[in-house]
Design a binder for this molecule. Structure first.
Ligand code: ASP
Ligand code: MG
Length: 400
């Protein structure tokens, strides 16, 4: 059996944790299995590297940022290999270049194109534990790229798919996927299983447990994932195509504070305006989410939408550069907003879920600023200050 095990930054934060990981992977190895390990950078390493870069040059070239950030994962993989060697377990660490993990060229947000499996397979054949850097790849110029924050999960899933692994386990510092962030909602519950679609919505909507692209890839290649703790031995959460139990009405509540609202006020009420605006945002790689268009009056209308807060400046710059093309009266923005979402496959067949959410918010006096829906989720935009109380109220509505 071939097993991929990924450990996040907190699971390799210090010497003791590294040896803890060494023990977990050794146990798997001793069962006679082939073990591929993917690691994140130790603890807060990536944040620290970003801070160092900002101190030197706040507008550092993205290529050099990736060159810098890719070092974090090289430290952790080398140290784990050393730990295993000290225990007499054959192992080897490999970076993205040595494996040859090919990505697109977009620095800081690269996507996997192809992974060569030869080197890893050769090392496994020699009965070594193979430890691979998460989060990084190489582009067509052989430059290092990174996959976006939290991207090591995606490395693990991509490797599991490329190597046709039998299992892909994501070890973290929580015991699995919860119905809400346990730090905000103390009575949140661990889920036994969750579908790819639900997990994808939750991951995209701010549940930090998995990188959303890792879930996308897992769904695409049918890689079943297990999210579990590296610190406590407990059953984790299985992420799979179809839940074995009857799907829950709501399986999770997520909050995304990294949201900002842009309103384009007084554009002409004529065909092509929305196309122009959203096309130029798309070309600039801005992720637009909830879109609201008001009813036109006097030949003009308003269009508002949300973007990730860390893309707000870029979005405003794009709109400003092109303002001659859509002729708005003014452009407003507000970064003090957050998205609150409920996700559940059961919503498709049960009416009244959105109403239940709105009732819970009404009861605690939270005002809803925008509403967006998909088949399996309802997302609302609220003031960031209302977040915690809104999350608790909505969670209580569906889970108690
Ligand atoms: N070290 C990277 C980050 O902090 C990647 C990861 O942890 O998944 O974003
Ligand atoms: Mg993570």
């Amino acid at each position: 059996m071939l097993v991929v095990k990924k450990f996040g930054g907190s699971s390799v934060a210090d010497k003791e944790r590294i040896f803890n990981v060494a023990n977990i992977v050794t146990e798997e190895y001793r069962k006679g299995n082939d073990v591929v390990v993917v690691l994140s950078a130790m603890g807060k390493t990536t944040n620290n590297l970003i801070a160092m870069a900002e101190d030197i040059n706040p507008k550092a070239p993205k290529r050099e940022m990736d060159m810098l950030l890719a070092t974090g994962e090289q430290v952790s993989v080398a140290l784990l290999a050393m730990a295993l060697h000290s225990m007499g377990i054959p192992s080897i660490s490999l970076n993205a270049f040595q494996v040859a993990m090919h990505t697109t060229s977009t620095y800081s947000n690269a996507k996997f194109k192809r992974i060569d499996s030869e080197r890893i397979m050769n090392e496994l054949d020699q009965r070594k534990i193979v430890i691979v850097t998460g989060f990084q790849g190489i582009n067509k110029n052989d430059d290092l790229t990174t996959l976006g924050r939290g991207g090591s999960d995606t490395t693990a899933v991509a490797l599991a798919a490329a190597l046709h692994a039998d299992e892909c386990e994501i070890y973290t510092d929580v015991e699995g996927v919860y119905t809400a962030d346990p730090r905000v909602v103390p009575d949140s519950r661990k889920l036994k299983e969750i579908t790819y679609d639900e997990m994808l919505e939750l991951a995209t909507l701010g549940a930090k447990v998995l990188h959303n692209r890792s879930v996308e890839l897992a769904k695409k290649f049918g890689v079943q994932l297990v999210v579990r703790s590296s610190l406590v031995e407990a059953e984790g959460t299985v992420v799979l195509e179809e839940a074995k139990m009857e799907s829950m009405l709501v399986s999770g509540v997520a909050v995304d504070k990294n949201a900002a609202r842009i309103a384009i006020v007084g554009v002409k009420d004529e065909p092509g305006v929305a196309f122009k605006i959203f096309n130029m945002l798309a070309k600039a790689n801005i992720n637009v989410d909830i879109i609201l268009q008001g009813i036109g009056r006097d030949g003009t209308k308003d269009i508002s939408f949300t973007v990730p807060e860390d893309q707000l400046d870029d979005a405003l710059a794009v709109l400003d550069e092109n303002k001659g093309r859509f002729d708005a009266q003014k452009i407003e923005h507000d970064a003090g907003v957050a998205k609150l979402s409920i996700v559940g496959a059961g919503m498709q067949t049960h009416p009244g879920v959105a109403a239940g959410m709105f009732e819970a918010l009404y009861n605690v006096g939270v005002n809803i600023r925008m509403i967006g829906t998909s088949e399996i989720r309802v997302t609302i935009l609220i003031n960031e200050d209302d977040c915690d109380k809104a999350m608790r109220a909505v969670h209580a509505k569906f889970f108690s």
